[in-house]
Design a binder for this molecule. Structure first.
Ligand SMILES: O=C(O)[C@H](O)COP(=O)(O)O
Length: 233
């Protein structure tokens, strides 16, 4: 049975500071690194193993993947990094404090920007300090000025279908280390969640989410393994 494990990066510096991050490349905090280590130890203790790892081109996800793999004794596994697994681009909100933005624009507007299906945040202005369009890692890619969840799905899902799904179909055990909204895009697809209900789907940092799939990659079971039932093993 194909097994896919998704993990959102451990707490990042801007998760801690409550700032909109998107494509901006911030590191994990010590707490975030500890979350990733605990996730790797938990996966190993539960008997999970992987053949392939996919991640974004953002250091908080790459580091999380590496820390998980180190804890599992699997740093040697092949890892594919692709911008299509990046966090959703937060546009002109990038760098702003989420609570201050809510105080300025209202909670409701910020909820729309953060969780609506197809309303993008305001675009990033040209010349913004957070503009990554000239970053070498994005050479040849049209860096978005902002993305809604729908826009994020439009790049995450084709990547899943062309790069990840074929590996699962041939029996590879896959770990994906990515971001809150790129993983919401995958979860929406894998769990068949509606455009309206995806609003309520939150993915915690550093907690592995297991998808057991059938041969057609249809959902059999999904769960967050927990350390509390380790004693029963
Ligand atoms: O990019 C960010 O700010 C976070 O990773 C995800 O933020 P959100 O929960 O506001 O979508």
């Amino acid at each position: 049975m194909p097994t896919l494990v998704l993990i959102r990066h451990g707490q990042s510096a801007w998760n801690l500071e409550n700032r909109f991050t998107g494509w901006w490349d911030v590191d994990v905090t010590e707490k975030g690194a500890a979350e990733a280590r605990a996730a790797g130890e938990l996966l190993a203790a539960k008997g999970f193993d992987f053949d392939q790892v996919f991640t974004s081109v953002q250091m908080r996800a790459i580091k999380t993947a590496n820390i998980v793999l180190e804890a599992m004794g699997r740093l040697w596994l092949p890892m594919t990094k692709d911008w299509r697994l990046n966090e959703r681009h937060y546009g002109g909100l990038t760098g702003l404090n989420k609570a201050e933005t809510a105080a300025l624009h209202g909670e409701e507007q910020v909820l729309i920007w953060r969780r609506s299906f197809d309303v993008p945040p305001p675009p990033m202005e040209a010349g913004s300090a957070y503009d990554l369009s000239a970053d070498r890692r994005y050479a040849g890619i049209e860096v978005p000025v902002a993305e809604s969840l729908k826009d994020t799905i439009a790049r995450v899902l084709p990547y899943f279908e062309t790069a990840i799904a074929p590996e699962l179909r041939r029996g590879q055990r896959v770990l994906v280390a990515a971001h809150g909204n790129s993983l919401r895009a995958l979860v929406k697809h894998l769990s068949g969640i509606s455009d309206a209900d995806i609003l309520h789907e939150e993915i915690p940092t550093g907690a592995p989410l297991v998808y057991e799939l059938d041969a057609d990659l249809q959902l059999v079971e999904r769960y967050y393994p927990s350390s509390s039932d380790l004693a029963r093993l």
